[in-house]
Structure formats: C-alpha cells, structure tokens
Design a binder for this molecule. Structure first.
Ligand code: AMP
Ligand code: MG
Length: 408
C-alpha cells in the first residue's frame, strides 16, 4: 500500500498550477491567490507623524527638566489628524498634536499628553510644564517605517486575507490580478443517502459529506459545484461523472463507493470512462480507500464515504491539490507541536490522523483526543482544534510525547 507521502507526491505531480488570471476588485479579494507581485509606489506612512496624543517638541528644550524644575513650553498651535502646519517650531515652543497628525517642522519628538501639565486650558497661547527629559524620536512614526517606496510588499502566490486587503488599500491598489478560482465538483454516491429535509426511512442516513465537502472547498477559496446524489448503480455513477467532467471542472470529488464492498462502483465507473487511476488505497487511518485519478487536466478524488474519512482525505490530499491548482505558494497546513495528554496505541505501517483539542497551560501546548475516533464519529472533528498526525513507523505515543498537530 502507498504511504501518505507517496500519495501526496503523486497528487502534486499531477496538479498543474492554474495560469488563467482575472482582474478583480479589492472587495472580492478575500481568500483569492495573487497572480502579480505588488510594489509600493509610496512610503507608508507617507509622512512623519505623531504616534500619540500629546505635544510635539524639540527634545533639546526638555534638557534637565525635572519634577522640581520643569521646563515651560508655549503652545503655538493645535493639530488634529489629517492636518499639518507650515510654521517651523522654534525653541521653547510646542504644538498640541493628535495621533496621526503631521509632525511640525523642527519638532523631533512628541511627549504624551499624560506626561505634561497644562497651565492654561486655552487652545493657543497656553503653556505646558515638562517634568522630564525626552529623547528625540520618541513617539514619532517615521515616513516609510511600515513600507518603503519601491518595496515589494506582496508576492504572486500569496493568499489574500484581511491584512493583505488592508495593505492593498493602504498602497492605493483597488484592482488586482488573481488566479481563477479552481472549480471543484462534488458527487455524492450511496443508496443509503437521504437529503436534509427527507424523513429518515429505515436504513437511511443523511448525506453530510455533500455539505462538509462543499464548505471545505469554500474554505480553500475555490468554487464548489454540487452535482447532487447518485445511487449505487454503475451506469448512473458513470453518467453523473460524465456530466461533471463536461462542466469545466478542475477537480472532481466523488464521495463513497471506493471501498471493497459489492456495490462500490466508482473505480469501475472511472475505468469504463477511460480515466486513469493513479492510485487506490493509502496506508492511513481514517481514509484508507482513497482513490486518485486524472483525466487530462482534471483530477479526480474518490473519497471514502465515512464522514471523518472523507474530511481527513480532503485536508490531507484535496486541500493541497486545490491550493497548488489555485497558484498558492504557501504550505496548505499550519502545524504546531504539542504534548500528548494520553498514551495512544496504533498499528505500525499506517499514518494516523487523530482529532484533538489543544489546551494551553503555562505557555505549553497539550493535545487531547476529542473522544471516540471512529471514521463515522463526525463529532470528533466538530470538537477538534487540529489533527494529530502520527507517522507510519510509530506503534505507540506515550503520554508526554511531543506530537505534530495540523491546525484546522
Ligand atoms: P462507502 O465509502 O460508500 O462504503 O460508505 C461508507 C459509509 O460512509 C456508509 O456506510 C455511510 O454510513 C457513510 N456515508 C457514505 N456516504 C455518505 C455521505 N454522503 N454522507 C454521510 N455519510 C456517508
Ligand atoms: Mg457507498
């Protein structure tokens, strides 16, 4: 049987990154993948400004200021964020300044409002007492300290999140070039499947994979296309696959029907359609019956029907494929390392994906299983912060051992 790593290598080598791009508005940019490098045309911030509400002064004027012998500075102007003054600050003068206002010429630091005493409450012509020396540069945000003019700020392949969107806006960029969203189809197979609104007849269960896979695709920033449900009849499955393949999809997910049961027809249907099966079965738990196939540029995943197996296979194989197809350069998983709170036995030769809750105590991270770990226990994922990945060669994890956890 193929290892998880070998399976992933085959998937990656069959995943051609998308080279079709489109121009979109910044409001639609969330979770898209950039198809261009973004350079800054300006300094951010564009000018030296105050980091505090306070008083702009010349640091030298505060030399030798003490509680007993404060320095007295005359207030010559009042400056709100969004404004500047032309006048150059002279010695023993100060400007009342708000956070974000342009630092007046001549001033080289800002004293926090709380650190001075105002003698007169008049806006102008008042005075302040300064009780201690201040350093020049204190409480100033310098032009370009965030981003320098000409700097490359975002790189093609970056996934756009809230911070990236804010940065684009700060740079004055409202239209960006991104890769087209991968189109990912979903087919649910199984005679046992009932729909959400259906009354559950004996032997039937609700189709949850249809929705959990749909959500997973959205979570990747891709476009889900639902092809509905098909019963366990080879001809019907073939027709459904045919229909999906005609819909310009990049990736097709088929849930169920990939195991060794009498009515597991997906592999046979794919073979009949001339689709090349790259592998079947991976040395993992849950998720062992996974099928991976390709037809031209379209990748096809036959996901095991058990709800946890199908989602674990999505996380481990489909998400990386979607992200590579989408043009993303970043690792699709974020890992942390945590101490196991339990001793866990496993079968050697299989990679295990246990669902865990993370706990933090005194700056250390601990992982605890989310209860029963059967491949049908969907609650094990609902309760999970991450997936504990236990490598093939391991037979046991002892309480206190450090384990890798992929964050969900
Ligand atoms: P299969 O992979 O088709 O052998 O399905 C294995 C088990 O997964 C079935 O017995 C069902 O209990 C469950 N199952 C299959 N498809 C779904 C689905 N779409 N939603 C929820 N559970 C499913
Ligand atoms: Mg089935």
């Amino acid at each position: 049987m193929m290892s998880v790593k070998e399976a992933l290598d085959i998937i990656y080598s069959n995943t051609r990154p998308c080279n079709v791009t489109e121009n979109i508005d910044i409001f639609s940019s969330y979770s898209r993948i950039l198809a261009q490098d973004i350079y800054s045309k300006d300094n951010i911030p564009p000018f030296n400004n105050s980091a505090m509400d306070g008083f702009a002064v010349i640091a030298m004027d505060t030399k030798k200021a003490t509680k007993a012998y404060p320095k007295v500075l005359r207030i010559v102007a009042d400056l709100a964020a969004g404004y500047s003054i032309k006048r150059r600050l002279k010695h023993n003068e100060t400007v009342r300044i708000m956070t974000g206002a342009v630092l007046p010429y001549g001033a080289d630091c800002v004293i926090k409002k709380e650190d001075v005493k105002e003698v007169s409450s008049k806006k102008k012509h008042g005075y302040i007492y300064v009780f201690k020396e201040v350093e020049c540069t204190e409480n100033i945000r310098y032009a370009g300290e965030d981003v320098k003019k000409g700097e490359k700020v975002l790189t093609a392949g970056a996934k756009i999140g809230p911070a990236e969107t804010g940065m684009l806006a700060a740079l004055g960029v409202s239209k960006i070039k991104v890769y087209k969203k991968p189109r990912v189809g979903i087919i649910s197979t199984g005679d046992e499947l009932a729909e959400i609104g259906d009354r559950l007849r004996p032997g039937k269960i609700r189709n949850s994979n249809r929705y959990s896979l749909y959500a997973s695709i959205l979570d990747c920033g891709a476009l889900p296309l639902d092809f509905g449900v098909v019963s366990d009849k080879k001809e019907k499955i073939k027709n459904k696959i045919r229909q999906a393949l005609k819909s310009c999809i990049d990736i097709l997910l088929i849930s169920g029907g990939v195991s060794v049961g009498e009515y597991d027809y997906v592999k046979g249907a794919l073979a009949d359609l001339g689709v090349k099966i790259k592998f079947w079965q991976v040395a993992m738990r849950p998720g062992k019956p996974l099928v991976f196939a390709a037809l031209g540029k379209t990748m096809i995943f036959g996901l095991p029907g058990n709800p946890v197996s199908s989602l674990v296979c999505f996380e481990e194989f489909v998400r990386p494929a979607i992200m590579q197809r989408a043009g993303a350069r970043e690792n699709p998983h974020r890992n942390v390392y945590a101490e196991s709170l339990q001793t866990i036995e496993k079968k050697k030769g299989l990679t295990y994906f246990f669902r865990v809750k993370l706990e933090e105590k005194n700056g250390k991270l601990f992982a605890r299983l989310t209860g029963p770990q059967g491949s049908g226990i969907l609650k094990s994922l609902v309760l999970a912060d991450g997936i504990m990945v236990l490598p093939e060669e391991l037979a046991v994890v002892k309480k206190g051992d450090i384990v890798k956890v992929q964050l969900l």
